[in-house]
Design a protein around this ligand. Structure first.
Ligand code: IPE
Ligand code: IPE
Ligand code: MG
Length: 239
């Protein structure tokens, strides 16, 4: 099978990576940012058009205050340090998730990243930040209900294709491949709508150990899969 157009990654295992080394969790998150840098470059080299990364979930606010603040700080650092390089490499940065309740300095940085890179066409990097699929779907339903209430859309018009246009991912292709590191085998509220037919690949390595080789390995596993989308594989149609 052809290589995936859109790869989405649940970057998990920073804490366990740190623990295994006797380091604080914050060190794991810092190492995780390095793995993210490497992975974005690797995906670019492999001509992957869309890369979505789960950076902070709507449930991650439940972590200790200091850890939440470390994660916010790392996002800011990543954008401040890497935006110029991403822009130079022709990467378009997009952000999904609820931005409403984020600190204003973070909102400004996210908007800056999107507006600076909006005309780039080499690769799309989607950062899922303060993202939760149930929250995204509920926000979409709210927008849709408002449109219906104002007479801008009729009930008959509400189909999956139309509903999708209210999601944060409107105009993005669905992920072909969802990778989760750290050995956990769950989606943790990531892209529940969009991953309906994604191939899921769970890898035992912790996120800070992820690199170009691991990415290539996941793509190889994906390529050996048979995607049917509820139909019959072409080679089996006549049987
Ligand atoms: C992923 O690593 C990073 C975020 C969720 C932000 P974790 O911090 O979840 O690491 P583990 O799962 O505790 O090892
Ligand atoms: C999912 O990982 C969120 C991110 C990677 C940003 P978690 O570590 O938060 O997920 P659970 O709690 O193990 O399901
Ligand atoms: Mg985790």
């Amino acid at each position: 099978m052809a290589k995936p157009t859109h790869i989405a990654i649940i970057m998990d295992g920073n804490g366990r990576w740190a623990k295994a080394r006797g380091l604080p969790r914050a060190a794991g998150h810092r190492a995780g940012v390095e793995a993210l840098r490497k992975t974005v470059r690797a995906a670019g080299d492999m001509r992957i058009s869309w890369l979505t990364v789960y950076a902070f979930s709507s449930e991650n606010w439940a972590r200790p205050k200091a850890e939440v603040s470390d994660l916010m700080g790392l996002l800011k650092l990543f954008i401040r340090r890497d935006l110029a390089e991403l822009h130079q490499s022709g990467v378009k940065v997009l952000v999904i998730g609820d931005r409403e309740n984020l600190a204003s300095d973070i909102k400004v940085l996210l908007e800056e990243a999107e507006s600076l890179t909006k005309a780039n066409t080499n690769m799309n990097l989607v950062i899922a930040f303060n993202y939760g699929a149930r929250d995204e779907i509920a926000r979409a339903a709210r927008k849709l209900a408002r449109a219906a209430g104002e007479g801008r859309i009729s009930l008959e018009e509400v189909t999956p294709d139309v509903f999708e246009t209210y999601l944060d991912t409107a105009a993005m292709p669905d992920p072909d491949l969802v990778i989760r590191t750290s050995g956990e085998q769950r989606l943790s509220n990531f892209l529940l709508w969009q991953a309906a037919y994604s191939e899921l690949v769970f890898m035992p390595c912790y996120w800070p150990d992820f690199d170009q080789r691991k990415l290539a390995e996941a793509i190889d596993i994906y390529s050996a899969r048979d995607r049917r989308f509820g139909g019959v594989a072409p080679q089996d149609v006549a049987l």
